[in-house]
Design a protein around this ligand. Structure first.
Ligand code: MN
Length: 291
């Protein structure tokens, strides 16, 4: 069996704050080698590595802002996030839960630390990923998938030393919890030290691993430390993941949409004209209203 090799390993960037509630390392698209085009259909990846927030009566976060043309995927690992949007939706993303929001034709929303978590303070860890929509679905109706951890299929491997949480796509006979508009695999891989997993993903799918906790070895040779991301080459072959410590790894693998990208701030469209239209529609109040 051929081995699919590593193209690039990147270091986490210096963290910055999104609003006052999310202290993130950006990977996609600001890191060299991780452009929207190379990582297609993944167009943004922010990682809030574990960070202790002091108690705050006023929940920290990011105020009302729009999105159009893609999906935002929020994965909470530690702490809880509250969200509200202009279509009347809202909810709480608890530890282990995933919120898959289809912005589609447009929403206004806000994202904050959940009130009780905010009052107590504590360790906060989350990922926000933006998944591009195929042009034919960019103006689809907005929607939510509030995916609780207990509804995410889990597959145990290597005598229980590895557990794969199938957020999207298939893993063996299990089907991921999320509906997606293009073929995507998104897994949380929880590994005990010494645990091993072999993965084979379509060679044309852009595939990367982010180590959230611990340390792993890829293909028995490349060491991937905590907060590092490995981008795999687009070639046929299996990828071996071996935990050198108890580890938590996020796998992203998606079929490229291979369409033009016109992106600015919270809007990701195919053409500049569509981007200008998004700004006009936003200014005209067509994204609805949110306090
Ligand atoms: Mn947002």
């Amino acid at each position: 069996m051929k081995t699919r090799s590593v193209e690039l390993i990147t270091q986490p960037t210096t963290p910055h704050f999104v609003g006052d509630g999310f202290r993130v390392h950006n990977f996609i698209p600001s890191q060299e080698g991780l452009s929207m085009q190379r990582m297609d259909p993944f167009i943004m990846l922010d990682y809030n590595s574990p960070y202790h927030f002091a108690p705050s009566v006023r929940p920290k976060g990011v105020g009302v802002h729009p999105h159009r043309g893609f999906e935002t995927v929020t994965i909470a690992y530690k702490g809880r996030i509250a969200h509200h949007d202009s279509s009347g939706g809202g909810g709480i993303i608890g530890e282990g839960d995933v919120q898959w929001m289809t912005a589609g034709s447009g929403v206004l929303h806000k994202e904050y630390h959940e009130e009780e978590f905010s009052k107590k303070g504590g360790l906060f860890q989350m990922v926000q990923l933006w998944v591009n929509l195929p042009s034919e679905h960019k103006m689809t109706n907005p929607g939510y998938q509030a995916i609780k951890n207990d509804s995410i299929p889990k597959v145990s491997k290597d005598d229980g030393k590895v557990e794969v949480e199938v957020i999207a796509g298939n893993f063996e006979e299990e089907r991921g919890a999320a509906h997606t508009f293009s073929p995507i695999y998104l897994y949380n891989i929880r590994m005990k030290s010494g645990g091993k997993l072999e993965l084979e993903l379509p060679e044309n799918f852009n595939t990367s691993f982010l180590v959230l906790e611990g340390k792993v070895k890829l293909n028995g040779q490349e060491v991937l430390e905590q907060n590092q991301l490995a981008l795999m080459k687009n070639e046929e072959g299996e990828i071996g993941v071996q935990a050198m410590e108890d580890s938590l790894v996020l796998l992203l693998s998606g079929k490229p949409l291979a369409e033009p990208i016109a992106a600015h701030g919270p809007f990701v469209m195919n053409t500049r004209a569509e981007l200008m239209q998004a700004f006009r529609d936003f200014e005209a109040g067509k994204f609805g209203y949110l306090d």
